[in-house]
Design a protein around this ligand. Structure first.
Ligand SMILES: NC(=O)c1ccc[n+]([C@@H]2O[C@H](COP(=O)([O-])OP(=O)(O)OC[C@H]3O[C@@H](n4cnc5c(N)ncnc54)[C@H](O)[C@@H]3O)[C@@H](O)[C@H]2O)c1
Length: 387
């Protein structure tokens, strides 16, 4: 078990990373749980089938009262109506102000369960038990919780920090290939924005990691646990532990220094996201998963940095090679016109006062937030980026 901390004064919390931690959930969480109040485990059917048993038996063995609430699989779970159902479940399960919510699943479950915790009875304790690579390296840390509105993603939410994040690497054994790809896109992002060593580690282990991301593995649903589990040997788990630890350390530091994205530092986590969000929105959130759109975005924003003379082209080539090795897309779909992408970039909720702000690399491991990026340049690069 490796532990690191998100330093937020009296709200500081630990991220525990290791194997087989779900069966120890009650033990790890006991400092934050009130033995006489009920708990609510929030998950979805696919994840619950694989992993709720481990958490439930740990809670039951320790004598905790708990309920299990399931939300639909996928982004549909992040709606106000699903949230309303969760408030009912919380009430039925007897949650009170000293209760806790445990979010067991990917980023979707983490976001909606976190928002439930932030708002039920003006806020109850919660912990994140992330089961996708993306959630383990990104969404479970930092306290951004939200649901979507028909007008857009994450429009109703809060900054509400968990009390603990428990990363059980064993859960990655069942992750579908496409979800590996999406998680790896965010991992690559950390390498570019902060940690050249992490980027080099990914390059040196590309063959091993690419096996999990390869499209020939099952794409959707919950594959038989034995299938991928066979290939998560202890060498791979050590590598994953190192990778997840590096990413969480970066996210923890950025969040500790700029919790509410007010100082500008947290914005660096948006590398690849300005173009990425535009691509997701223009394709109706169906053609690409978030990580895939971010991969397209990182390549496009990388090209912009090169075009602006800020970034050596050899480093862009390394980024593109790594993304391609993970079977991630690096080109914009040809049907998206640069004008439409540019307009969507302006609509992104992070655009401020009509000017385009983009996070651009200077060298591997370092980025800068560039305001007032010349639109013509962006358009040219978007045109070049179409496949
Ligand atoms: N709060 C934040 O800071 C933050 C950051 C990034 C993304 N997000 C949000 O995260 C969401 C995406 O999260 P995600 O990529 O984890 O997607 P997800 O939660 O939809 O999970 C992806 C799929 O994998 C399945 N799954 C999860 N764990 C599994 C496992 N161990 N084995 C087999 N299948 C498993 C899920 O059932 C789902 O079908 C988006 O809604 C995004 O907005 C939030």
């Amino acid at each position: 078990l490796r532990e690191l901390w998100v330093e937020l004064g009296e709200r500081r919390y630990a991220i525990c990373i290791g194997r087989g931690l779900l069966v120890r959930a009650a033990d790890l969480l006991s400092p934050f749980l009130n033995p006489s109040s009920s708990l609510l485990v929030v998950s979805n059917p696919a994840v619950a089938e694989l992993y709720a048993g481990a958490v439930e038996s740990s809670l039951a063995a320790a004598g905790y009262k708990y309920g299990l609430a399931l939300v639909p699989d996928g982004e549909e779970a992040k709606t106000l109506s699903v949230l309303a159902g969760l408030y009912d479940r919380a009430f039925e399960a007897g949650l009170d102000r000293r209760s806790a919510v445990l979010a067991l699943g990917g980023g979707v479950v983490g976001d909606v369960a976190g928002f439930l915790a932030a708002t039920y009875m003006r806020g109850v304790t919660y912990a994140q038990l992330p089961t996708t690579l993306l959630a383990q390296v990104d969404s479970s840390v930092g306290g951004k919780v939200a649901v979507n509105l028909p007008h857009g993603k994450n429009l109703v939410g809060a900054f509400y920090q968990p009390r603990l994040v428990v990363v059980d690497l064993n859960t990655l054994a069942t992750l579908p290939a496409r979800e590996w790809r999406c998680g790896l896109a965010e991992v690559v992002k950390y390498g570019v924005i902060w940690d050249e060593g992490l980027f080099e580690l990914l390059e040196s282990q590309v063959g091993l990691l690419a096996r999990y991301a390869a499209p020939c593995l099952p794409e959707a649903g919950s594959p038989a646990p034995g299938l991928a589990a066979r290939s998560l040997d202890s060498g791979t788990v050590s590598l994953l532990e190192e990778i997840v630890w590096c990413c969480c350390r970066i996210k923890a530091e950025v969040v500790a220094r700029d919790e509410r994205e007010e100082e500008g530092l947290r914005m660096i986590l948006n590398f690849g996201h300005t173009v990425g969000h535009a691509v997701e929105a223009l394709t109706g959130y169906t053609a690409f998963r978030h990580g895939e759109a971010v991969a397209i975005g990182m390549a496009a924003e990388g090209r912009l940095a090169v075009a602006m003379g800020m970034w050596p082209p050899q480093e862009l080539a390394r980024l593109e090679r790594l993304l391609s090795a993970f079977s991630l897309p690096t080109r914009l779909p040809p049907e998206l016109s640069p004008d439409a992408v540019l307009e969507a970039m302006h609509r992104d909720k992070k655009a401020v006062g009509g000017t385009l702000t983009v996070v651009l690399p200077r060298r591997l491991g370092e980025v800068t937030v560039v305001r007032d990026v010349p639109e013509e340049r962006v358009k040219e690069v978007l045109e070049e980026s179409r496949s």
